[in-house]
Ligand binder design. Structure first.
Ligand code: NIG
Ligand code: FE
Length: 400
């Protein structure tokens, strides 16, 4: 067997569903050809005469699938530290939003920014995530709130995926807020009749998302948006039950959403519906932390019903200015109670499901893209328990 590259002396956390826990293989080897994993297993099981153009001994280092940040709003203009100070002084997120701040202040800054600035600032942020082993990221629009502007955000996201060594999955989040210059029903109509059809026709969006919340859109409004998304062949995702129980989880399940995200206030019936529909729960401890939330997502119910659990940064300038998926992992374990095994799966295998990319990424198995993170660590727990230590040794994307 001839590989392009072969790593030996690896402690593999394969995340293979056929193995328990993180799918650990000690004294492992991993062989790659044409950017795909060809062999991932015990070095003893390497076929006789296996060799590679390039061989590296990792001296026991831990190798995981490249990390996947499956929920970000990383393309945006401006920043919101003044709003952060208002919240420190006692103001709350909803009242700031109702007063025209919050999402709408980032909409103003994003609209005013050039496409080049949006690209450059997002690229700088993405490089920080990549420095911690992230190889795939999801990027949402949602700060344009107008057809040209929403499509522009998605174009920037696509360009980032072309120019950086990183997989980018894009999501149209036009249903994030009602823009100040438009009436609600007219805006919803423009999402359904203009933005979704154009994003689909131009291949700019891989999915459609919405914000189901008292300060944003109702389940009934989003049902129409989702119907249109399906009509154009786009899967859906949902910001669900973050600040109140708005029936978001059930709505997501009704449309077989690939994921429902946040979920702090989701009730048991919503969890059961998600399990039935195969909808992944994406938990976002950065927003929970920054908004000083108290209500934790229903982890026991998610486990009991067998819902897949992913974790993401939710990187955005308002509720989660978080540029560290490793920190999100620590917060997920400490604040939400995930185990180390669940935490690592949540940023690899389960995050791949949350993007509908489970056939291509998320585990170290033959046939998958050779996206790897190699760590100065030997135990998976080391990735979760530190805060602010970056143990990345090497990051490999598509075999390089
Ligand atoms: O995921 N919940 C809505 N959207 C973002 C926040 C966006 C913002 O405040 O700019 C979130 O938390
Ligand atoms: Fe979000």
């Amino acid at each position: 067997m001839q590989f392009d590259r072969l790593w030996r002396g690896a402690t593999l956390a394969t995340l293979s569903p056929r193995l328990p826990g993180v799918g650990l293989i000690e004294r492992g080897a991993l062989g790659v050809t044409d950017g795909r994993i060809v062999f991932a297993g015990s070095a003893n099981e390497l076929p006789a005469g296996a060799h590679a153009r390039e061989e590296v001994d990792l001296g026991g280092r831990l190798v995981t699938p490249g990390l996947i940040d499956c929920h970000t709003h990383i393309v945006f203009g401006g920043e919101r530290s003044a709003e952060f100070e208002m919240r420190l002084a006692g103001a709350d997120y909803q009242s700031i939003a109702r007063a025209g701040g919050g999402i709408l202040s980032t909409v103003r800054a994003t609209r005013a920014a050039t496409e080049q600035t949006l690209f450059t600032t997002a690229a700088q942020r993405l490089r920080v995530l990549m420095g911690e082993g992230v190889t795939t990221v999801e990027i949402k629009s949602g700060y344009g709130l107008e057809a040209q502007q929403e499509l522009r955000m998605l174009r920037v996201a696509r360009a980032l995926g072309r120019d950086l060594p990183l997989g980018v999955v894009t999501t149209l989040l036009a249903a994030h807020a009602v823009p100040p210059e438009m009436e609600r029903a007219a805006y919803l109509r423009s999402i359904r009749e203009d933005m979704i059809p154009r994003a689909a026709a131009e291949g700019l969006a891989d999915a459609v998302d919405g914000f189901c919340e008292g300060i944003a859109f109702s389940a009934a409004e989003l049902r129409e948006v989702f119907t249109t998304a399906h009509h154009h062949g786009l899967p859906v995702k949902l910001h669900a039950d973050q600040l109140s129980d708005g029936g978001g989880a059930s709505l997501a399940a009704e449309f077989r959403a690939v994921s429902a995200d946040h979920l702090e206030w989701t009730n048991e019936a919503g969890v059961a519906a998600m399990a039935q529909a195969g909808t992944v729960a994406v938990l976002l401890p950065g927003a929970f932390h920054c908004l000083r939330e108290r209500q934790r997502p229903p982890l026991q119910a998610l486990r009991r019903h067998g819902v897949r659990i992913a974790l993401a940064t939710d990187c955005n300038p308002g509720t989660s200015p978080l540029l560290s998926l490793l920190t999100a992992m620590n917060l997920g374990a400490i604040q939400f109670g995930l185990t180390v095994e669940e935490t690592l799966a949540a940023v690899t295998r389960e995050a791949a499901y949350a993007l509908g990319r489970q056939h291509d990424i998320g585990t170290l198995e033959p046939g998958k893209s050779a996206d790897l993170a190699i760590w100065n660590a030997t135990r998976a727990a080391e990735l979760v328990y530190w805060i602010g230590r970056n143990p990345l040794y090497a990051r490999i994307w598509r075999g390089h």
